[in-house]
Ligand binder design. Structure first.
Ligand SMILES: Nc1ncnc2c1ncn2[C@@H]1O[C@H](COP(=O)(O)OP(=O)(O)OP(=O)(O)O)[C@@H](O)[C@H]1O
Ligand SMILES: [Mg+2]
Length: 323
């Protein structure tokens, strides 16, 4: 078997808050090969963004803390690297598109400056003219109209969707081996979204870039991901190939999530099934299986945390369903 590009092992993260320590991730593990796309899905607050911030060691300080685990990139544990070593990884090896583009862009620098810094990280030999040409090419690739006029703008002068696209252009500018994109197309119309997805897929083919794609849009997952990990309340409930999970979701949570996708073949005006209740707060986690408080198949056994089941590249954390 080839060694994975990214191997996240048993990651646990907590935050110091006014109410005390909140354990937010609990034993998250997954792997990603070069060129592969993993979709990370789950309701709001499940820990998708925290997972991506922990991998890149960009959790807010000092409140966010990695309590346990390893994040191996080509076998090197990122959690053990010094800040200087990490700076060499972020950008050229791992590109990151943050959920909140405004906080990720520098508000006091014009776009051409920010893009030049990012491009030079990857290609320090480029002349200023070549850097400018590359900036224009990247902005063009992500569908920014009149990029030559936009390069002099500050981030606040752009629309939300444009900022999101600039973030994507910057993350791609250093030609990373792994792109972590946290809801990168939520503010975009479908045409631009299609263009961005096509761009990401092209780069994967050309350069073998791996992608972690965080989204609420299961249609996008079906379109661009090979594998999908379903998160619930800081743990992975189920993961496997997109083909397997979409055709035969096993975990009651995955079933609930996938059932709430609108289908054209559903009877008109029938109510869309939803999952009753809310994701529990980190201060009020149910004992055992964390989905047990909302699960239609809950039994007494669910008071204990389920052992992980593995079968043919698929993983499931549930007492009541077998792989
Ligand atoms: N800085 C922080 N301080 C305290 N708790 C935090 C902090 N950031 C995130 N959390 C908590 O961590 C949990 C996971 O949050 P996260 O942002 O990863 O969710 P998410 O799955 O990305 O949700 P969404 O789909 O809404 O983006 C939530 O309970 C959230 O309240
Ligand atoms: Mg998020």
């Amino acid at each position: 078997m080839t060694k994975p590009l990214l191997d996240v092992r048993n990651l646990a993260v907590s935050f110091e808050t006014e109410r005390g320590r909140a354990a937010v991730l609990d034993g998250v593990s997954f792997q990603l090969n070069a060129g592969e796309t993993l979709g990370l899905v789950g309701e709001s607050g499940c820990g998708k963004s925290v997972t991506s911030l922990a991998i890149t060691r960009l959790l807010p300080k000092p409140s966010g803390q990695i309590d346990q685990g390893e994040v191996l990139l080509d076998g090197v544990n990122l959690l053990a690297l010094s800040p200087a070593e990490l700076r060499k990884i972020r950008g050229p090896r791992i590109g990151m598109v943050f959920q909140d583009a405004m906080t990720a862009l520098n508000p006091v620098k014009r776009l051409h400056q920010q893009m030049a810094e990012s491009i030079s990280l990857h290609a320090p030999e480029l002349s200023p003219k070549a850097v400018q040409a590359r900036s224009l090419e990247l902005l063009n690739d992500v569908g920014i109209p009149s990029p030559e006029l936009r390069l002099n703008d500050y981030p606040h002068q752009l629309s939300g969707g444009m900022r999101q696209r600039v973030m994507i252009a910057m993350a791609l500018s250093a030609e990373p081996d792994l792109l972590i994109a946290d809801e990168p197309t939520t503010a975009l119309d479908v045409t631009v979204q299609a263009q961005i997805l096509a761009l990401i897929q092209r780069l994967q083919k050309e350069r073998g870039m791996a992608v972690i794609f965080i989204t609420h849009d299961l249609g996008v997952v079906a379109q661009i991901c090979e594998r999908v990990a379903v998160m619930y309340a800081g743990r992975i409930a189920e993961q496997g190939s997109v083909a397997d999970l979409f055709s035969d979701p096993k975990h009651p949570y995955t079933r609930g999530l996938f059932n709430s996708i609108p289908h054209l073949d559903r009877e008109p005006l029938t109510e869309l099934p939803t999952i009753e209740g809310l994701v529990p707060s980190p201060f009020d986690m149910p004992r055992g299986c964390r989905f047990s408080t909302r699960c239609p198949q809950v039994t007494e056994r669910c008071k204990q945390s389920p052992e992980l089941q593995f079968k043919q590249g698929r993983e499931l954390a549930c007492h009541e369903v077998s792989l």
